[in-house]
Design a binder for this molecule. Sequence first.
Ligand code: AMP
Length: 285
Amino acid sequence: MIVIKTIQEIRDRVGAWKKEGLSIGLVPTMGYLHEGHQSLIRKSAEQNDRTVVSVFVNPIQFGPNEDLETYPRDLERDRAAVEEAGGDLIFNPEPAEMYPDHFTSFIDTTETTELLCGAVRPVHFRGVCTVVGKLFNIVCPDRAYFGLKDAQQFATIRRFVRDLNFPVEIVACPIVRESDGLAKSSRNTYLSPAERKAAVILSKSLNLGRQAIEEGERDAGKVIDIITASLKSEPLARIDYVEAVDFGNIQRVGRIQGETLVAVAVYIGKTRLIDNFLINTEEKQ
Ligand code: AMP
């Protein structure tokens, strides 16, 4: 597995592929790869001639009291995971390569970033959009792959790509889960054994909300109440948010109709976990 550290080398390598007429998929990640990331890499490898995986813990998307320093890193493990999933190359720049002195230009978004994680992590999406925009300009992929585990991130990237005319197709990939339902995440490694057991409450509670909708509930407040009550039954869980929003603009909905995102963020001990489901339903009379 080739690991490239500089923007110039990536440009040279990708430029040569483009000259050969090869299509290129990009999978942006922060590393410590698991089967969720690998599902994105696999899809890219299916749909493109070459797949670039970026492994970069992006400092500008972390707030001052977040886990930038402790975020898990293991490039050797990531190499094997990319290889196994059919990726061709890892781009693993140092922060100074991506953010030279006097770096002062950002991609800033509104609307889709007002609620959910955007409300509680003020610099987060500006950091995500800026690094993803830079990666698009560095790699010039035909397609880029994002997981619906981070559904607000997906909606936001889709929006800025449309608004700013980035010539890349954005592909959504479903959430990959552990056998008990916990969404796979690099941050799951922070959980103690007791917390790991407790963390199943996120998917369990979301399932109760989904079930209520499937049985005909259309009042978003009631669905949120069902999920909230279930989350509160777990003593190790502390709710950050439970929301139902329109998946297009990430604004709150009163009724569940059209494509709705139901999303939660919950602290299990000190670890903040997110999970969600998307549901597309017609209003029942
Ligand atoms: P991260 O390394 O956490 O920044 O994630 C990189 C990409 O992998 C993002 O597009 C995530 O949405 C996606 N991803 C992370 N976890 C999962 C998962 N459990 N299922 C599907 N995609 C995921």
